[in-house]
Design a protein around this ligand. Sequence first.
Ligand SMILES: Nc1ncnc2c1ncn2[C@@H]1O[C@H](COP(=O)(O)OP(=O)(O)OP(=O)(O)O)[C@@H](O)[C@H]1O
Ligand SMILES: Cc1ncc(C[n+]2csc(CCOP(=O)(O)O)c2C)c(N)n1
Ligand SMILES: [Mg+2]
Ligand SMILES: [Mg+2]
Ligand SMILES: [Mg+2]
Length: 359
Amino acid sequence: MRKWGSAVSSLDEFGRIRLWTEGRQKADFLSRAGVVCGIGDDAAVVAGEGSGSEWLVAADAMVEQVHFLDETMGEADVGFKALAANVSDIAAMGGEPKFALVSVCVPPAWNEERMRRLYDGLYECAERYGVAVIGGDTTSAPRDLVVAVTAIGTVEAGRAIRRSGARSGQIVFLTGPTGLSAAGLHALQRIGAAEGAERARLADLLPQRLVQAHRRPVPSVKAGRILAQMGWGASLNDVSDGVASEAWEIAEASQVKLVLKEKLLPLSGELTAYAGDNGLRAADLALFGGEDYVLLGTADKSCEQEMRERLRAEGIPLFVIGEVEAGQPGVELESADTGLRRPLAKRGYNHFSEGTMQT
Ligand SMILES: Nc1ncnc2c1ncn2[C@@H]1O[C@H](COP(=O)(O)OP(=O)(O)OP(=O)(O)O)[C@@H](O)[C@H]1O
Ligand SMILES: Cc1ncc(C[n+]2csc(CCOP(=O)(O)O)c2C)c(N)n1
Ligand SMILES: [Mg+2]
Ligand SMILES: [Mg+2]
Ligand SMILES: [Mg+2]
């Protein structure tokens, strides 16, 4: 499928961001400007004006062909998911989403009616998470649609949960199952590639729960708020690029080793059934698929019971999937079959990388 070969640079997405930004602005300038946490987390944390809260600011774009195709997402789904992905980055800091700016670059194929449907989905998401849409920008585009959202939220001062807080001895947890979105995408792309009667047959068999997970992800705002307000979350990330990739980000930011246990991965019945029927490994989809928007984090073992009960009271599961150890920063996976530990590939969705999972 899509590949971004380049003779000039072999840097992946994260290498490029570092190359473009690292060392450009001095720490004391940023700190005087009120930047509590800048580039490198799900959202920036910026000082509030003397109140007990801080601002959270995050930006994520969705691009036709890269994030969606006609056959994978309806117009309203694109609008909903563009905002949901941003709300999720606010949730990943433990914050409350408040405002959004929405920029669209619109190609000729996206006529007034299609764009109106996109905004129906976007406002549906805004309503659901209490986000006020306060501006944006509109341009024409030559071919593919781009929706770029900036989300603004708040969090109690000093309570934002960063990627860098993981410590040896902590548990690694997920607030929901993963891999469903990638399986839904797989099913939708198979239909897109089929023709005639086969297409109709696949459409009839469409795994609706998996498709829904792909088209209408649920950002984990409530879970993030509980973890921040109670001070339980030591480190936190939302799962956009896949569990393995997010775990690596926490490990590197915290300078620790995360050991994940394959047999503890929450694999839903729908996922294992779909994977089994289609020659896929459910654990691979769960580890490398992405676009799940549940939270992956670490917390002190002593919090586990209380955390579990408090989350359960809100209908949110807590899956402990491993633990944090001291040592060379990285991620290891303990095999369900052999019990042996192996380094877990830093694989997942990476713009500009060959390692990206192609479903
Ligand atoms: N072009 C850029 N210029 C400056 N900072 C950037 C740029 N692209 C990304 N960043 C910053 O780099 C960090 C990592 O971005 P990344 O997009 O991986 O995080 P994320 O939004 O949580 O993940 P995802 O996009 O997969 O949902 C964030 O702090 C982000 O604001
Ligand atoms: C047509 C099509 N092909 C592939 C994918 C998979 N995909 C695209 S971006 C991404 C990570 C999250 O995005 P970002 O990191 O930009 O926030 C993933 C898993 C898709 N959704 N649609
Ligand atoms: Mg994120
Ligand atoms: Mg991003
Ligand atoms: Mg990403």
